[in-house]
Design a protein around this ligand. Structure first.
Ligand SMILES: [Zn+2]
Length: 211
């Protein structure tokens, strides 16, 4: 069970590993949760990129979730992180100013060799066929191969997102590909966004069963 105290995430009353990122802005009052994938297979590599103050483009997210469900928090939830870039949601632009960002470690859109094998496009590491979903992105591009998200990672993300949405009264969850559809394709069609939102937001206790 995840809880949040003063912007810091706890798992069963124990603070999750903190990897503070220098890439952050001022105070955040979040009304939106944005889901991302890293586009690379390494948890440590993602943490390095998202905490690199010398990068040409400095980026961060509030939380990174590994394929085994491992979690690192990089920015407190009440501080602006730099995950959305040029973006807009429901008529409001600059989503970093009102959104919490979760990065899922995932290779995303894969490459395919002439042999039929799939690979991570950044590292050229092979991805087993069992971890590949062939699907069309809702923003177009035809049928393409995507790395699936393991159940342990999805379950961890649901738990973290539930704590975030409950703590901050958030009722809105979107993908990076929803808030920047011409620029971004993450978290993509392999991420079960519909069931994720259902599990995270569910039915509020104060909502009537029959509307
Ligand atoms: Zn993203």
């Amino acid at each position: 069970m995840f809880t949040i105290k003063k912007g810091v995430l706890f798992d069963a009353e124990v603070k999750v590993p903190q990897k503070p990122s220098p890439n952050h802005g001022g105070a955040l009052k979040a009304s939106l949760l944005v889901m991302h994938y890293t586009g690379s297979p390494s948890f440590d590599g993602a943490v390095r990129t998202l905490t690199d103050r010398k990068a040409a483009q400095r980026v961060s997210a509030h939380v990174v979730i590994g394929r085994d469900g491992a979690i690192a928090q990089l920015v407190p939830f009440e501080t602006i992180a730099w995950h959305a870039g040029a973006s807009s949601w429901k008529g409001r632009s600059g989503c970093n100013d009102f959104a919490i960002g979760i990065e899922m470690v995932n290779s995303g859109l894969l490459g395919k060799l002439a042999t039929g094998e799939y690979y991570d496009r950044l590292t050229h590491k092979k991805v087993p066929a069992a971890d590949v979903a062939i699907a069309e992105h809702k923003n177009g591009g035809g049928m393409q191969p995507w790395e699936v998200f393991p159940p342990a990672q999805i379950e961890a993300a649901i738990g973290v997102a539930q704590a975030i949405c409950k703590t901050y009264g958030i009722r809105d969850i979107a993908g990076h590909d929803d808030i920047a559809p011409r620029r971004k394709i993450d978290p993509g069609p392999a991420f079960p966004m519909h069931s994720f939102i259902g599990r995270v937001l569910g039915r509020r206790d104060d909502e009537p069963l029959v509307a």
